[in-house]
Write a protein that binds this ligand. Sequence first.
Ligand code: SF4
Length: 474
Amino acid sequence: MTVLLKKIESIEDRESFIPHAEIEQLLEETKNPDTKQVQEIVEKSLQKERLTPRETATLLNAEKPEQIEIIFQAARKLKEEIYGKRIVLFAPLYIGNHCINNCSYCGFRIENSQVIRKTLSEEELEAELYALTSKGHKRLIVVFGEHPMYSPQFIARTIEKIYSFKNGNGEIRRVNVNAAPQTIEGYRIIKEVGIGTFQIFQETYHLLTYKKYHPKGPKASYMYRLFGLDRAMLAGIDDVGIGALFGLYDWKFEVMGLMYHTKHLEERFGVGPHTISFPRIEPAVNTPLAHRPPNPVSDEQFKRLIAIIRLSVPYTGMILTARESPDIRREGLKLGVSQIDAGSSIGVGSYSSQDPEIVKKSQFILGDTRSLDEVMRELAENGYIPSFCTACYRAGRTGQHFMEFAIPGFVKEFCTPNALLTFKEYLLDYASEETRKVGERLIQSELERMPQERRKVVEKLLQRLEAGERDVRL
Ligand code: SF4
């Protein structure tokens, strides 16, 4: 077995853009950095430059408390400077949990006899959309297991139905996708219906670990998955999200894997990932590995990796989901996270029905079960602007993150006003009384901080919303 794995490693590693030996060497060579070195690297990040793998490795090896504090402070500063105070909100929508893979950590794996298999029917999808839009959601990530029934045509039809759904003022304006890697032709079919981000997580970038925990099905091929987003790009989808599942292998290696993946996409396609995700393994029904991950990541390490990813790739959106507890999510927001889900339910069909068996239809168990309204209120109380903005995507301004990043003043000119407009829509249509009060105060204080000219424009748009118009944006 070991000989076989070695052979696979040498074949695949040679072709891979994840140079295992180089990563290990960098992590070895940069041990015990001095504080001056750490300071110099974070200065480079603060100039909004992507770090080199060696620099990221150095930050990963910065273990002294004062060094960690330098990293945390810089991450907070960079986050504020680039992204302002906006936090993008979305909800995951599980379409089906049939799966032909057998990923050891996943509740949906084919050999998990305790999971209840389900795919939403057309009526059930509508019921889910009704429930989601009634709460105020505007942005979804749709999730599919890997199964022939979830063909590109099926995925495309599902997305079309979602976009055509209306519920009073409620509608879904952006659908991101988390599904199996596709062929180029498959991606083209999905692209046709207008998707947001296509997300594929490599789970672990470490080849032998990958082989160990993905023993069966198409996902057993490390390389097919690794190049999954290259094929998406070749099919014309230039908005992709990468991710690693923390807990399978050494966390420092996984961060390096994410950096090499980013570098590869930048070098090959001239555009890096739109988002980076970094979920930790969470318990799932009848899934021992998920209860005892082989390489658990502590909260302290987790905060460090968030800050280091923020500093290493300043332009990329960072997603932290409701897998994590509210406390960790609060910390993550300060250190670099720019997108979170809220009011999430991850069983198939679980937004629209109170199902006592929900855990058996879920991929894992959530850590933050607060409602959308509660999360919106807390964000506003803490000075963040909750945003459902989809303006750039719908105006055909793809690569939005690059605009935010590259065009001076873009965030202030467009993103912050658009965030306020979508927040106002939420306050008018869906918020509780308490959230409305907190939200209106936030909008007012943001208006007061704007230059006179911009303030006038935004106030007019807010008035149009109050008069009943919707989907008003810059
Ligand atoms: S992680 Fe994805 S591919 Fe693997 S078993 Fe779960 S649903 Fe299937």
